[in-house]
Design a protein around this ligand. Structure first.
Ligand code: XMP
Length: 507
């Protein structure tokens, strides 16, 4: 396995992920990790990440020199490269301007990192300081217009450094370079698979929990489901899952979740039917942010009441995944919507510790882990569903009648999208019950009924999105089915706005 030593850069987990993609296990640890801990882990190689600091800063992050004599190769990236340079007596210099973005790179094919890389390739740069003179014993292996030393190495010492970022997509041959580091330099075997990750995570959970008890707020979403199954595999009946059914889930969803967890996995599951409580609190409320707040608070209240009944519990499982970790760290972005996430519980509700087995994984890795654990595909490939559920898909106030209309319309939409084979290519799709009614004609009768809006988007990060180009025939079929099968709907519209300016949800 490979250690990614974290110096605070924004791509640290991405580096670890790229390494895993090559079939080599990797984990990220802070640069302050004691050398003895690193030694005992038996890493095949270490990658120093980039970071926001400058080696000239007072108190700039550094490491012990012995780090380089562990007998395993080290690859320094960006800040990591400059640190290596400075520690070995080379010269780092401050540039007047920052070099940022796609940059032409000229590599030396004699370097094991670049053996079959195009001689004139491109890379992604983001730095101000640069390596002016490499330490003695180091050869320069790549240059750019502004960087006399875009890469350097000392093969004898097993030390490699690149100023650019091989881990990002914008360095087209970056993955090749990482592969060379892993296989040619570190001699990794490349036989790691997701199953090794789950096996190891399960063993770690077992050790941490001992004979204590664990609680999980299960939402039925991919992340909390995978986390719950992992913990269940580790500690069996010491885990209790509380599934708060707020009545705002999609059609049949509550039963499906219950079936999988209770019957397939035989997990201790408490399903709380709290629909009336939630609907009561939401009565007459039409402001989206108030809906979110009410649901978030009520969720915590219900969860706490149920948790009390369970008795003494030491640990809480959370399905936090890596993008959540970044998002909650980012902080300063304008608050467009307060994304209450069911399952997101305050940290201070009296547990000894948190168990977050997915903290290092990206969404697609979580899905792979889910499949590995035997979770059914329909759960693993579930599209994202907001914590407040259908409450924010019913514009205006929420009533039982409106909920019933929306559930039926949405179920037809989802079924038809799946039947057309589009369910994995459209990243999120759902029906919205607009608060608008309009005149229609059904048979010989005038109707005055609701308009249902259909929304489908393609996106990779849900920060920006395009509307999905669902074929007209499919849309036509969905429209006529909803009109025919769902009472009180007489008009269907398809939302053709991207995000921005619209958001994905309507509220
Ligand atoms: P928007 O509507 O902001 O949605 O473009 C981006 C993604 O976030 C989901 N979303 C939420 N998820 N609680 C959640 O857990 C919320 O309150 C919430 N609001 C939006 C939305 O479904 C989409 O995937």
């Amino acid at each position: 396995k490979i250690l990614v030593l974290d110096f605070g850069g924004q791509y640290n987990q991405l580096i670890a992920r790229r390494v895993r993609e090559c079939g080599v296990y990797s984990e990220v640890k802070p640069y302050t990790t004691p050398l003895s801990d690193i030694q005992s882990e038996g890493y095949r190689g270490v990658i120093f990440t980039g970071g926001p600091s400058s080696v000239f800063d007072e108190g700039a992050p550094t490491c012990e020199k012995e780090m380089f004599s562990l007998g395993v190769p080290v690859l320094g990236i960006c800040y990591g490269a400059q640190l290596m340079c400075q520690m070995f007596g080379g010269e780092v210099s401050r540039a007047d301007t920052r070099e940022y973005g796609l940059t032409e790179l000229c590599v030396d094919n004699a370097s094991p990192l670049f053996s079959d890389v195009t001689k004139d390739t491109t890379c992604w740069m983001s730095h101000t300081n640069y390596i002016k003179t490499p330490p003695s014993g180091f050869a320069v292996t790549a240059t750019t217009k502004n960087c006399p030393v875009a890469a350097m190495e000392s093969k004898e010492q097993g030390l490699y450094a690149v100023q650019f970022h091989p881990e990002v997509m914008h360095t087209p041959e970056g993955q090749k370079m990482l592969r060379h580091f892993l296989f040619e330099v570190c001699r990794c075997s490349g036989d790691w698979q997701m199953s090794s990750f789950t096996a190891r995570a399960i063993a770690e959970i077992r050790e941490k929990v001992g004979d204590k008890r664990v609680l999980c707020a299960l939402s039925g979403g991919v992340d909390s489901s995978v986390a719950a199954v992992m913990v269940h595999k580790a500690v069996g009946k010491q885990l209790t899952c509380i599934f708060v059914d707020h009545g705002l889930l999609r059609k049949n969803e509550g039963d499906e979740v219950e079936q999988v967890f209770r019957e397939q996995f035989d997990i201790n599951l408490i399903r709380v039917d709290a629909k009336d409580r939630f609907l009561n609190k939401l009565k007459g409320v039409s402001d989206p942010e108030r809906k979110r707040k009410i649901i978030g608070e009520e969720f915590i209240r219900v969860f706490e009441e149920e948790a009390k009944k369970v008795g003494q519990v030491e640990y809480l499982v959370q399905g936090t995944i890596y993008p959540d970790v970044i998002e909650s760290g980012a902080g300063s972005a304008a608050n467009i919507k307060s994304h209450h996430n069911v399952g997101g519980l305050p940290k201070d509700i009296g547990f000894k510790g948190l168990i977050e087995p997915l903290r290092d994984l990206f969404k697609d890795e979580v899905r792979r882990a889910g499949i590995e654990l035997g979770i059914p595909e329909f759960l693993v490939w579930r599209q994202p569903f907001p914590g407040p559920g259908l409450a924010i898909r019913i514009i205006g106030d929420i009533t039982e009648d409106k909920l019933a209309i929306l559930k039926d319309a949405d179920a037809i939409f989802r079924q038809e999208v799946a039947d057309a084979g589009l369910d994995r290519s459209i990243n999120q799709y759902f029906a919205v019950l607009t608060n608008m009614r309009s005149v229609g004609v059904m048979g010989d009768e005038r109707t005055y009924d609701y308009t249902v809006a259909l929304r489908g988007v393609t996106t990779t990060d849900f920060m920006t999105a395009d509307w999905a180009k669902i074929p007209y025939e499919v849309l036509g079929k969905i429209s006529s089915r909803i009109i025919n099968e769902v009472p009180h709907v007489n008009r269907i519209v398809y939302d053709i706005t991207s995000k921005p300016p619209a958001t994905i949800e309507w509220e």
